[in-house]
Design a protein around this ligand. Structure first.
Ligand SMILES: Cc1ncc(COP(=O)(O)O)c(C=O)c1O
Length: 415
């Protein structure tokens, strides 16, 4: 793997961008060889500025649902862009897309569009508070709901008052949720949940049905709103809201990432129960009503409805999971795989079952030489644009790196 231009870009960026980059795309906690800048993306692949090609298991941290640069979706985007995009008012695409989501997502009677997942979760929080003019918001400890002052995982730039009315509970623990509801007393506005536990480093957990049903029941008893944060998992687990299969319908759901296959679009969906409250809050943004991303969203939804993309991502994810189990058996390296196979968290554990962070970083670093981009501690994503051959090449790369791992000097890790 050649690495000259990316290094030069990182150095230039350090001069003009704080820390060279910020937020979740920053590679500062990965190996120093991890490319930071990319010049091309198509299908399942990324190319860096040194012309190295990677099978990309991050999928832009989620937005790449059908493959980068999807011809039909991009054509819809470009056609709309030529007609009208950001303007003094929205286009008919906004009404069409809200109608389409009301048809597609069982709990959805209305939609409010925005640009980032954080906009959508923030609108959910405000709607829940506006609903009965209550303040307390229940959040699972460690859950990520975005990066603004009420939810950013880092304290810098925030004050404790930003979290003054948050009460934390343990994900998948109905007892803990009950205790948090009791603590909120008569002031409970809403309960946030992610479709499954998908925070960094920790093993992912599928939702416990009793926990999900308890969340619904407690919100009904207390006349508070249940919010499902589907920003990361939305349309990857189901063609409906992610808890539909377990029979739990939220009042509000926040969406983003996949909605327009990489074009900037997110939204809050809600049921009639929350409609009046959603109508009271003042929320907006200069770019929220742009028609091009909505046209891409309509085409993406058409593909969600008419293709076997979920079944294919599960098949590919299972193939990877089975292959890595075999690698683990053959090399003795403990590869811990958790979560749905189409959104796997893949990490290296030591013999005591603890995360071996240096080994995770070294593993991903080694895979770069095999043209595979893995993340050392964030869940990854499978796209149907990957081929069976991509998966098999990945497994072969993992085998080669795992075999070498005990003899590689371990990197220093700042986690
Ligand atoms: C569950 C969840 N909620 C909210 C967000 C925030 O989305 P965005 O980065 O688009 O603001 C994310 C982003 O990763 C997420 O995973």
């Amino acid at each position: 793997m050649v690495q000259n231009e990316d290094g030069r870009l990182k150095a230039r960026a350090l001069e003009v961008i704080p820390n060279g980059l910020y937020g979740h795309l920053s590679v500062k906690m990965q190996s120093p060889r991890t490319p930071q800048y990319y010049k091309r993306a198509k299908g399942a692949y990324l190319w860096d500025y040194d012309d190295n090609q990677y099978i990309d298991y991050l999928c832009a941290f989620g937005p790449n649902l059908f493959g980068y640069g999807h011809d039909e979706i991009d054509a819809a985007y470009i056609e709309q862009l030529r007609e009208i995009d950001t303007a003094t008012g929205p286009s008919v695409r906004m009404v069409e897309l809200a109608e389409a989501y009301a048809d597609q997502v069982s709990h959805c009677d209305w939609t409010m569009f925005c640009k980032n997942g954080t906009d959508a979760t923030t609108m959910a929080l405000m709607t829940a508070r506006a609903y009965r003019e209550k303040r307390k918001i229940l959040i699972a400890t460690g859950a990520y709901h975005g990066a603004t002052k009420w939810c950013t995982p880092m304290p810098e730039g925030t004050v404790t008052e930003d979290h003054a009315h948050h009460i934390y509970y343990e994900y998948n623990n109905a007892q803990s949720l009950r205790r948090a509801v009791e603590e909120a007393g008569d002031d409970l506005a809403g309960v946030f949940a992610t479709p499954f536990k998908h925070e960094v480093i920790h093993p992912q957990q599928l939702p416990d049905e009793e926990y999900a049903r308890t969340a619904r029941q407690l919100c009904d008893e207390k006349d508070a709103l249940l919010i499902l944060d589907d920003v990361r998992a939305g349309f990857r687990l189901d063609r409906d809201c992610s808890w539909e299969k377990i029979g739990v319908r939220p009042d509000l759901s926040s969406w983003g990432k996949t909605l327009a296959n990489g074009h900037p679009l997110s939204c809050l969906m809600g049921s009639d129960r929350a409609r009046e409250a959603a109508g009271k809050i003042f929320v907006t943004g200069s770019f929220w009503f742009g028609a091009a991303a909505m046209a891409a969203g309509l085409k993406t939804l058409e593909l969600i409805r008419t293709t076997d993309y979920i079944e294919r991502t599960i098949m590919l994810g299972d193939r990877l999971r089975d292959g890595l189990e075999q690698v683990s058996k053959e090399t003795g390296i403990i590869i811990d795989q958790t979560g749905p196979s189409q959104m796997p968290l893949i990490m290296i554990n030591d013999d005591d079952g603890n995360r071996n962070m240096p080994a995770c970083v070294a593993f991903c670093d080694g895979l770069l030489d095999h043209g595979v981009f893995f993340h050392p501690f964030h869940n990854m994503f499978i796209t149907p644009a990957m081929s069976e051959d991509d998966i098999d090449r990945t497994i072969d790369g993992c085998h080669a790196v795992a075999k070498k791992l005990p003899s590689i000097p371990m990197p220093e890790v700042a986690l």
